[in-house]
Design a binder for this molecule. Structure first.
Ligand SMILES: NC(=O)c1ccc[n+]([C@@H]2O[C@H](COP(=O)([O-])OP(=O)(O)OC[C@H]3O[C@@H](n4cnc5c(N)ncnc54)[C@H](O)[C@@H]3O)[C@@H](O)[C@H]2O)c1
Length: 372
């Protein structure tokens, strides 16, 4: 039976990868709803645009009337909410959009979904799911030891994570109060193709390629738990199929790395893909009086430590035992292989990078706080 998935934020990084995975593994129809902020681009979903199973609707999830109409007309079996302002640095400079999209927007989606769901009956009512895509950042910062899990306390420390945390609370409340069959997934840092080039891995790759400094916050020892976006998308598909309504699932690949280790790994992969000695951008930097002038060019030399982000969480790490045992999910991609493929993707898709950065992209350092 052909069913419809309503996918909000589908023109962004994870949403677009999720759509590709659904198209290749199911016969579902997809309704993409996206406001097309700076991070959402039609270029990101161009390859699926011609598929007759895909429809695109430009809308803001905060728009209550539009959201209600979309549910009534398209009658989705599942709604997966990826739509959010997602960049922590931007949330420090301007939290208002984050409150609107990440909290008020989720409230409006929940309202629209529950008004639609309450009128369903039988199998349609039983099978409906509302899945909120959330983050490990809602739990705050870990010390050297331990992991976050479904039982962890909420302790958000940035405007971004605070708005995502409030959304999680609303989602849980709609399940407890109105029995809306909701699921929340809290996932660690994603990497892969189509990530807006303001996040660590695409920035490191593109800056290195262009012979520009690669900024690393503070001393580079902040730890993140990295997962390939394909593994995250498979986890979402798994919990939509087998997850219990009202549940939360922690998703992570048990792959903790410091930011410096990640950036060094990017430099090393890039060296294999575009050797620095053959990269004219790097040769030009060398001839302009770099400290290691005359030495053979090296991407790692571009790593530059910059002032830390205020309230920068030291460490995130997830314990994915519940999703592993209940759903039978486990990550399939190794970081080594996934990173190689990802770095290559950015090298080969610089047209996409230029196109999406063509909007109001700022190269300036964001998220220093006092500059607000
Ligand atoms: N990237 C990660 O590492 C990560 C990890 C865990 C959870 N998440 C969550 O996953 C989701 C997707 O993240 P991403 O990295 O793909 O983000 P992204 O910034 O690449 O994409 C977000 C998309 O949402 C759209 N959007 C924003 N506000 C909207 C609104 N009000 N109405 C409609 N559309 C709107 C944007 O246009 C964009 O297409 C977010 O909810 C994020 O919090 C991300």
């Amino acid at each position: 039976m052909t069913e419809t998935q309503l996918v909000t934020g589908g023109a962004g990084f994870i949403g677009s990868n999720y759509i590709r995975s659904i198209l290749s593994t199911t016969s579902d129809q997809i309704l993409i709803v996206d406001k097309l902020t700076y991070a959402g681009n039609l270029a990101t979903i161009q390859d699926v645009g011609g598929d007759p199973r895909v429809q695109f609707f430009e809308a803001d999830i905060v728009d209550a009337g539009q959201m209600r109409r979309l549910f009534e007309i398209h009658r989705p079996r599942v709604a997966v909410n990826f739509a959010a302002e997602s960049h922590v640095d931007r949330s420090i400079d301007g939290p208002r959009n984050f409150v609107q999209s990440n909290t008020v927007g989720v409230f409006e989606l929940l309202e629209a979904a529950s008004r639609y769901w309450v009128k369903l009956s039988g199998i349609q009512r039983d099978r409906f799911r509302f899945l909120q895509v959330s983050t490990d950042e809602v739990f705050g910062s870990l010390g050297e030891e331990g992991h976050f899990s479904e039982e962890s306390h909420y302790q958000p420390r940035s405007p971004y994570s605070a708005t995502k945390a409030s959304a999680d609370h609303l989602v849980r409340a709609y399940n407890e109060t109105y029995q809306l069959p909701t699921i929340i997934t809290n996932c660690t840092n994603n990497y892969g193709p189509y990530q807006y080039p303001e996040k660590l891995i695409p920035v490191a790759t593109l800056n290195a390629l262009a012979g520009k400094e690669i900024p690393v916050y503070g001393d580079g020892t902040h730890v993140r738990d990295w997962i390939h976006v394909d593994d995250h998308c498979r986890a979402i598909t798994g919990v939509l199929r087998l997850g219990r309504p009202g549940s939360t699932y922690a998703i992570g690949a048990r792959n903790e790395l410091t930011n410096l280790e990640v950036v060094e790994a990017v430099c090393d992969v890039l060296e294999e893909v575009v050797p620095a000695a053959d990269n004219p951008e790097l040769a030009a930097v060398r001839s302009e009086g770099s400290p290691t002038k005359g030495a053979s060019p090296n991407y790692r030399d571009l790593i530059t430590f910059v002032e830390d982000r205020p309230g920068h969480d030291r460490r995130y790490a997830m314990d994915p035992s519940k999703i592993e045992s209940e759903i039978g999910w486990s990550p399939q991609r190794t970081f080594e292989e996934g990173l190689k493929e990802t770095v290559k993707w950015y090298v080969e898709n610089q047209k996409w990078c230029a196109e999406v950065r063509g909007g109001p992209f700022k190269e300036d350092r964001l998220g220093l706080g006092p500059t607000r």
